[in-house]
Design a protein around this ligand. Structure first.
Ligand SMILES: [Zn+2]
Length: 211
């Protein structure tokens, strides 16, 4: 993929997620790894209004070399990439159902959502909860970094999910799966349910190992 293609893909996925209500206002951000740095969505811009020529271009040290100033949450993305050599893209959203789940008391902080479907197990797997940090607190980057080696998806408490993928498409489809699973979980939480059993989860993991 050329840099121009990656720029177009970020704009396309941004608009698609915005138009489907996965993000709103100027929340949410997308990044992609290039051979010598990153492309990132700029600060204070809605994801349906991205301009491919104005995306933030960062060098390998994370310094802005062209385009508009990057999202103030760029440190979340960099923390993921530092621990995941194969990650090519990271998406972070304040999507409603995932944020709702991130506010629940008494969840399992090591794995917030139950295995509702095989697709969730395949695309997300375990989802650890990272304790609440105020906006801009760089300790949050450290908290993400600590888990990122073992998890490509994490949920920030009272905030939202951060998901890495080996392509932009993979990261987007995983965060969408997470959002839909959060919605299903909230729909089913008061019902008597059958989640997948540990044996069923193990079988899915054997057939479709997470990278
Ligand atoms: Zn955020």
């Amino acid at each position: 993929m050329t840099e121009a293609t990656v720029r177009e893909a970020i704009v396309r996925f941004g608009r698609s997620m915005f138009e489907r209500g996965l993000t709103f206002g100027s929340s949410g951000n997308i990044s992609a790894r290039l051979d010598d740095g990153w492309l990132m969505t700029p600060t204070n811009v809605a994801l349906d209004r991205l301009d491919p020529g104005r995306l933030s271009r960062l060098d390998a040290e994370g310094r802005l070399i062209s385009g508009d100033a990057p999202t103030k949450e760029s440190f979340l993305h960099i923390a993921m990439y530092r621990e995941r050599a194969a990650a090519r893209a990271v998406v972070h959203l304040h999507s409603t159902y995932s944020v709702a789940v991130s506010c629940l008391a008494d969840v399992d902080a090591e794995d917030v959502l139950p295995p509702v479907t095989a697709y969730y197990v395949m695309r997300v797997g375990a989802l650890p909860l990272i304790p609440y940090h105020p906006p801009g607190d760089l300790d949050l980057a450290e908290a993400v970094r600590k888990l990122a080696g073992r998890h490509h998806a994490v949920l920030l408490a009272n905030h939202g999910p951060v998901v890495a993928g080996d392509s932009l498409e993979a990261a987007v489809s995983a965060i969408e799966e997470l959002e839909e699973t959060a919605k299903l979980f909230l729909l089913l939480r008061q019902e008597k349910t059958r989640w997948l059993t540990p044996e069923q989860v193990a079988e899915v993991r054997r057939r479709f190992p997470l990278r």
